[in-house]
Design a protein around this ligand. Structure first.
Ligand code: NAG
Length: 429
């Protein structure tokens, strides 16, 4: 509990650092949109209600626009006899191309035998669907239909198209504060948790970048923290990463030990101790940077040729230099704003102005941040802010920035379509 309170204080201070504000940008590229294309998302609110999304920009003449958007619990393409949909709405009633249903997604079992257990030895590769399909319909035609699903092996599934891509040129879907998904007092939850799925579930869905903050507690060891609040034992998270890679050995995960917030003097002794713990669990899977940290880094084919699948980035330069299997610090571009327009111009500028660092990758932190006043008045919590921006993120990264970005880390990632957007962008790059 004292941790929780001190965390709020730390947040208060962190939030005072002002987010830069840049002029708005106009004239974004207007690439071909696919009229009536659909996808499902899950609300970041506690209700986890399913959200229907469709593309509303349609070419003239306007004879492709969907009449209805519907949600089914079966794949329309698999059935002959037609059971009624779970719900159906008139597309023109929702000009934004968005409808939040009252259907709760919750925390269902992961399909394809991907539900976590320590004894799990095999799971089915390729994408898998939850029993929810969205479709856009015009007359008696299905314009588009897609399920809400997982992409546990998307790198391997698309290896022929993406193998020659360099890691610094790949669109890598990630999570911000990946470990902040549970384990804090209720009254703080909405200001501390950036996610509502475990690390395992994130990886199974297709997340490939984990942003981790580490704390050390005498007698209890290392934890994944959000600032001063501890969330989960680091070892449990390493076990999940390891288990996942055992089942999906061609997936490549970027693990970013980005900050060491507790204790405030996280000294050399603690770094040494932590590095040996990481090595014990992930050392044999770690891709040593060797001469690979130049330009945009190695291609996926080059990484696969070494049979390694974790790239471990370490925020302390000296420690990274001393351990041949650690990569140099990874730069995160963080707007620290709760304003959607400010975030957009910040990200657009970061994409244009990013300069190469010692690490060939860089991360865009595509999320809004509550400001001190919000903590005091209990407004703009992380769930609300994620709901404010997640739909927009899908559009920006799909329609404007798909070719230019590397790592994109979001909050409550099921509220956007970043995983599928990234896969599609990589296949088309
Ligand atoms: C580093 O911190 C730990 C834990 O607080 C302490 O036990 C250790 O003596 C410190 N080491 C150095 C070299 O200061």
């Amino acid at each position: 509990m004292p941790d929780g309170i001190s965390a709020v204080i730390v947040l208060l201070f962190a939030c005072f650092r002002s987010g830069a504000s840049y002029p708005m940008e106009f004239g974004a590229n207007s690439a071909q949109r696919k009229c009536g294309r659909v996808h499902l998302t899950v609300s970041a609110s506690q209700d986890t209600h399913l959200e229907l999304n469709w593309i509303t920009e349609c070419p003239h003449p306007d004879n492709l626009r969907p009449d209805y958007i519907a949600l089914y619990n079966y794949d329309l393409k698999d059935r002959n006899e037609e059971a009624p949909p779970l719900l159906r709405i008139r597309a023109s009633d929702y000009p934004e191309g968005y409808y939040k249903s009252k259907i709760k997604f919750g925390q269902p079992w992961l399909p394809g035998n991907w539900e976590y257990r320590e004894t799990l030895m095999r799971a089915d590769s390729g994408p898998h669907c939850f029993p929810y399909w969205i479709a856009s319909i015009r007359g008696s035609d299905i314009i588009d239909s897609r399920c809400l699903g997982i992409q546990p092996t998307w790198m391997n599934d698309n290896r022929l198209q993406i193998g020659t891509q360099k890691i610094g040129n790949l669109f890598i879907p990630g999570t911000h504060n990946s470990g902040a998904f549970s384990g804090v007092p209720k009254f703080l939850e909405n200001y501390i948790l950036n996610q509502d799925r475990s690390i395992w579930t994130q990886l199974v869905h297709g997340i490939r970048y984990l942003d981790l903050r580490i704390g050390y507690y005498e007698h209890e060891g290392f934890y994944v923290n959000h600032d001063l609040v501890r969330i989960a034992k680091a070892v449990q998270i390493f076990k999940e990463i390891r288990k996942f890679l055992q089942l999906a050995p061609k997936e490549i995960i970027v693990v970013d030990f980005h900050r060491f917030p507790y204790p405030s003097n996280f000294n050399t002794t603690l770094h040494e101790k932590f590095v040996s713990l990481v090595y014990e669990y992930l050392g044999d899977l770690a891709l040593p940077p060797g001469g690979l940290q130049v330009g945009k880094g190695p291609t996926l084919n080059e990484i696969w040729a070494q049979s390694k699948n974790v790239i471990i980035c370490y925020a302390d330069k000296a420690v990274a230099r001393e351990n041949y299997w650690l990569w140099q610090p990874l730069q995160q571009h963080w707007a620290n704003t709760k304003n959607v327009d400010t975030l957009k111009s910040f990200l657009s500028r970061a994409i244009k102005e990013h300069r190469v660092t010692l690490n060939p990758m860089f991360a865009l932190m595509a999320e809004l941040t509550p400001q001190p006043i919000d903590l005091i008045f209990r407004t703009n919590n992380l769930r609300k802010l994620a709901n404010d921006v997640n739909r927009k993120l899908t559009k920006w990264f799909r329609d404007e920035w798909a070719r230019d970005v590397n790592i994109v880390a979001t909050d409550y990632f099921l509220g956007n379509d970043i995983i599928n957007v990234a896969i599609e962008a990589n296949v088309n790059r």
